[in-house]
Design a protein around this ligand. Structure first.
Ligand code: ADP
Length: 408
């Protein structure tokens, strides 16, 4: 038995704190077990920051990921107090606390960030949050550092050795879970893509094979040539969509955030699709609230969304039908809706139209498409802090509605 008298005060207080510490480690085991079972990247990252706050008893936490292309760190998740202002915000690797942790690959404790020259103040400006103490640890897998977890403002006292150890243990498990989730998403999308490529490829193969026959009548040659062209065009569209979706799903796309005049954007889109509407004898109507202020987001990508909704409204319409676009304000949101008088979407398909590759079964044969447009649109809108939804009635038409915040 060791002699208690010889123990230092520090050791004694550590022993007194054992039950508390055990509870924190037990909780660590619980949360990391939970992380291991999550494959959806967004919800995984959110759980990691929530766990970080809880385990280190701090006010908030954030997770930054390194982007190899731009060589900067980006906020990928933060707890509620921080989340509003920092989403996808860039943090310079060379002049920030997180950057220091990332490049040194070591934990860092700072009692007063405001007096530390490495502190990147921009984030506090954006969130109106007051950072005092910071604990940062690298998110490391065996072969590379993925990013950094930071916890901010210890609720009582200062971040100590136990906090550092707990957060490091969490980060180790979190890094594995993040990598698993990425691998899962990639394998999933590769399987789906291979499957989707099969149909046009086998049509192409059959056509190319038949074209080799010397006795083929001219007329049939012509038809086969046309079908090759159509299928190749479809493959080309698909490839573009695949790439776009894969990029969106990997979380590597950086969105700009700029004030956008939604009415102007809608006008531009209408001019682009007008020729197609004329071919189909469709009327185009717009209804724009003149008092609508700007929305904030990535203009090019949001334009892509509006074009996609308009193209669908034309594609799935009926001859002589109508497409009406309206833009208005509702509380702190801008509401853009695209209404058509097409065939509508049956109720059982309605919840699925935003899934990748989903196409309403009986429309599939009638119109060409990849089933990726709405999946891409939904991801873009959500990355711009908006929502997209649909209502529809079979035989009457559909209304797709996009809501975007009117606040920067
Ligand atoms: P695509 O048009 O390439 O098939 P989308 O992702 O844009 O892919 O749309 C998914 C499916 O939702 C379409 O295949 C179609 O069945 C249905 N859909 C989309 N927009 C409309 C619309 N305006 N009216 C009726 N059905 C629609």
């Amino acid at each position: 038995m060791p002699d208690t008298d010889k123990r230092s005060d520090r050791e004694l207080s550590a022993i007194r704190n054992y039950p508390l510490l055990l509870r924190r480690y037990a909780r660590l085991v619980e949360v990391t077990t939970d992380l291991a079972s999550r494959l959806d990247l967004d919800s995984l990252l959110q759980h990691i920051v929530d766990a970080a706050v809880e385990l280190t008893e701090s006010e908030s936490a954030s997770l930054l990921m390194y982007d190899a292309q731009s060589r900067q760190l980006y906020f990928e998740a933060a707890t509620n107090e921080l989340a509003a202002g920092v989403e996808r915000q860039m943090v310079p690797t060379e002049s920030s606390l997180a950057g220091w942790v990332f490049t040194h690959g070591e934990p860092l404790v700072v009692d007063n960030a405001l007096t530390d020259p490495r502190f990147f103040r921009e984030v506090d400006v954006l969130t109106r949050f007051r950072t005092k103490s910071v604990l940062g640890v690298p998110l490391r897998t065996q072969d590379k550092t993925l990013g950094v977890i930071e916890t901010i403002n210890k609720r009582k006292g200062r971040f100590d050795e136990q906090d550092v150890r707990l957060l490091q243990a969490l980060a180790a498990q979190a890094a594995i879970a993040i990598q698993n989730s990425r691998l899962f998403q990639q394998s999933d999308i590769v399987a789906v893509i291979a499957h989707e490529l099969r149909t046009p490829l086998s049509a192409l193969m059959a056509a190319a094979y038949l074209l080799q026959r010397p006795d083929l009548p001219k007329e049939q040659q012509q038809k086969l040539g046309e079908s090759i062209y159509t299928e190749v065009k479809r493959l080309n569209e698909m490839t573009t969509d695949f790439l776009e979706l894969a990029r969106l799903e990997s979380g590597r796309i950086r969105f700009t955030r700029e004030p956008i005049d939604l009415a102007g954007l809608v006008r531009e889109c209408l001019e682009i699709i007008r020729p197609q509407a004329e071919v189909d004898h469709l009327r185009l109507e717009t209804e724009v609230d003149p008092a609508l202020g700007p929305v904030y987001g990535d203009r090019n990508r949001l334009k892509q969304v509006v074009l996609n909704l308009l193209t669908n409204a034309i594609k799935y319409n009926q001859k002589g039908g109508l497409v009406r676009v309206s833009v208005s304000a509702e509380g702190s949101e801008a509401v853009l809706s695209v209404m058509d008088t097409g065939r509508g979407i049956p109720p059982e398909s309605l919840p699925r139209v935003f899934e990748r590759f989903y196409r309403v079964p009986d429309q599939e044969a009638a119109t060409a498409g990849t089933g990726l447009g709405l999946a891409i649109a939904k991801r873009i809108v959500e990355s711009n802090r908006g929502t997209v939804g649909v209502t529809s009635e079979v035989g009457q038409g559909s209304v797709f509605t996009v809501r975007l915040p009117l606040t920067p």
